[in-house]
Design a protein around this ligand. Structure first.
Ligand SMILES: [Zn+2]
Length: 156
């Protein structure tokens, strides 16, 4: 089952990136007013994740987070949304929340200057919004290990 669409407040930047890594459609309310946040949650049917008690109170269905560390926040989100799977998934751009699509081998554009060299032996995913590219590597391996630890702690 797909997780609900989410909206994270400005204090939750790290959590936002983590949720996108596991494939959650998560908008980040960076620099938004409280009115804009409440309106977006309503019109786009997104579950608001917030550390702001007043904002949580005025936004129906929101999840108030009280913890400050990332693993604790992930745990709080999972308590509210139990089907959240802690698996790395190449669905969402961690930078802009755009959808990722597999990049076809014959459509590989020239490398951006200074960009990381993409490996040729594994699938590459490209953000349809900002063009950022993703692939399995040491970073995803690290994130996967960390998620596994958090999942274990969460069920312990
Ligand atoms: Zn992007």
């Amino acid at each position: 089952m797909p997780s609900p669409r989410l909206l994270a407040d400005e204090m939750l930047g790290r959590l936002t990136r983590q949720l996108r890594m596991i494939g959650c459609d998560t908008r980040y309310a960076h620099g938004w007013t409280d009115d804009e946040i409440a309106a977006c949650a309503r019109s786009e049917h997104r579950v608001l994740l917030t550390r702001d008690r007043a904002l949580a109170r005025r936004t129906p269905g929101s999840v108030l987070l009280t913890q400050t560390s990332l693993p604790d926040q992930i745990r709080e989100v999972r308590r509210a949304i139990p089907d959240l799977t802690l698996e790395v998934s190449f669905d969402r751009c961690t930078l802009c929340n755009g959808r990722l699509e597999p990049e076809l081998a014959d459509a590989v554009p020239p490398e951006p200057a200074g960009g990381a060299e993409a490996p040729r032996d594994r699938p590459i995913y490209r953000c349809v919004e900002c063009g950022h590219r993703y692939w399995e590597g040491s970073h995803t391996a690290h994130v996967r290990r960390r998620l596994k630890e958090w999942a274990r702690e969460a069920t312990a």
